[in-house]
Design a protein around this ligand. Structure first.
Ligand code: UD1
Ligand code: MG
Length: 449
């Protein structure tokens, strides 16, 4: 991190209504790879090491969704991106250095790209550095208009562009580095005389040129610069984010048998030699240790899995789950807020909630922990090496001691001591030949009718 970056303030514009999303949720709170677009942009600028982060938000923005350690200002009348940045000016007074401005709806920008908007201000004496990218689908973006010496002259919005300007493939990514000293005056001078009647931040380029100042373009990869204005864009950006996460996982030593079918989160953590079969979804907060094998059609969220464990196919690990080393979780098994000890097995058709399962215990097919009475949740503790017979209901709060055996089909409502047998089963009735006699009797009555 350089001195430049520390003295830089990042302003993230996120007050727009996002009308094109057709949503009750503010646009920047829509998620990409498990985190809001706004959280993604905040994380990227934080990684650059800027000194301050200011968010420009709409008045209805939910307080609970504001990331920690940022400053905020509210834009009450949304009159465009220039007006949005103007709201942050009072907070910038007396803070020299660079101001990097990012849009909250461009979530894939990389920290190295943000740094490239700050560096040329001092190094090359630029008053503005604009992130530009070339695309064959420029529809909707502002276009970078160059002068006859190939220098940036102005930015024209799609809605204001002539046909010739619309043919320009070099687009404005909506990310800029500004030398702070000029900003207040430029923002004062903006005029809303354009197709949208808005104060365009992009008009600062033209003003800087009028003032005889140098402006430049930092050329960036299209894949980082896609902006999200509607749900189609959101899906495109999600696909790119997933591709990036999968590539990083594979390069870090994870086998993804059919990468394009695996959904990851921004924070999924893998050790080496993890194997993920096709069609697995990782929600937020999953950590997998070395050699873990996730079989097809499993869904994991908020779960930590220790070395060598095997999960799935068709397993569901919900938040608060910890799976011990070499443990097995099989098909149609759901765990929530539970610890499954090392070497323990829950291989078929179970619900295990608010439970601690000791090492090496065996949870038989169809075991259910009854953890909820309609009002409160209760814990179940199963000791090491215990054996829970198939189709048992364990009514919490409950303790099953180490090494105990629960007979299949039992409903256990009281503590079971270590090494005891507990079974709640109606006696077996056996009547030889009864079924055959029953059928004969039925046939006889059919004939009479
Ligand atoms: C903007 C740029 C366009 C660029 C594109 C890149 C302008 C005038 N146009 O267009 O050149 O190619 O981004 O994605 O800047 N916002 C506010 N308050 C407002 C309006 C917008 O905070 O009054 C915020 C939005 O929340 C959003 C960002 O600014 O995060 C960009 O706004 P948006 O309306 O999406 O602008 P674009 O039409 O995409
Ligand atoms: Mg946009």
């Amino acid at each position: 991190m350089t001195k430049n970056q520390k003295s830089t303030t990042a302003v993230i514009l996120a007050a727009g209504l996002g009308k094109r999303m057709k949503s009750e949720r503010p646009k920047v709170l829509h998620e990409v790879a498990g985190q809001s677009m706004l959280a993604a942009v905040v994380a990227e600028v934080r990684a650059v090491g800027v000194g301050r982060i200011i968010l420009v938000l709409g008045p209805e923005f939910p307080k609970a969704a504001i990331p920690s350690e940022v400053e905020t200002v509210v834009q009450h009348n949304r009159q465009g991106t220039g007006d949005a940045l103007r709201q942050a000016i009072p907070l910038l007074a007396g803070h020299p250095g660079a101001v990097v401005v990012l849009a909250g709806d461009v979530p894939l920008i990389r920290p190295s790209t943000i740094a490239r908007l700050i560096e040329p201000l001092e190094r090359d004496g630029l008053a503005i550095a604009v992130a530009g990218f070339t695309t064959d689908q420029p529809q909707g973006y502002g276009r970078l208009v160059l002068d006859d010496q190939n220098r940036l002259e102005r930015i024209v919005e799609q809605k204001d562009a002539t046909e010739a300007e619309q043919a320009i493939g070099l687009c404005n990514a909506g990310a800029y580095g500004f030398a702070a000293e000029y900003l207040p005056a430029w923002l004062q001078r903006l005029q809303p005389n354009n197709a949208q009647g808005e104060y365009y931040l992009t008009d600062c380029i033209k003003l800087a040129r009028q003032d005889g100042l140098a402006v430049g373009v930092a050329h960036c990869a299209e894949a980082e610069m896609l902006g999200v204005n509607n749900r189609l864009d959101l899906a495109r950006v999600e696909a790119l984010a997933q591709q990036r996460l999968r590539e990083a996982a594979m390069l870090a030593g994870v086998t993804l048998r059919q990468p394009e079918t695996v959904t990851l989160s921004f924070d999924t953590e893998f050790a080496e030699d993890v194997i993920v079969e096709p069609f697995v979804v990782f929600g937020r907060g999953v950590r997998l240790a070395r050699g873990v094998h996730i079989r097809s059609f499993s869904h994991l969220e908020g779960a930590v899995v220790a070395e060598g464990a095997i999960i799935g196919p068709y397993a569901r690990l919900r938040p608060g789950t910890r799976i011990g080393a070499a443990a097995h979780v099989g098909n149609f098994v759901e765990l929530k807020n539970s610890d499954l000890g090392a070497g323990a097995k829950a291989n078929h058709l179970s619900y295990i909630g608010d439970t601690t399962v000791g090492e090496g215990a065996n949870i038989g097919a169809g075991t259910i922990t009854c953890n909820y009475d309609g009002f409160d949740k209760y814990r179940t503790e199963i000791g090491a090496g215990a054996f829970i017979g198939s189709n048992s209901s364990l009514v919490a709060p409950l303790r099953v001691g180490a090494g105990a055996i629960i007979g299949a089909g039992s409903v256990i409502t009281a503590a079971v001591d270590a090494d005891a047998l507990a079974v709640t089963r109606a006696g077996l009735t056996l009547r030889p030949g009864w079924a055959a006699r029953f059928r004969e009797g039925k046939k006889g009555s059919m004939k009479k009718k």
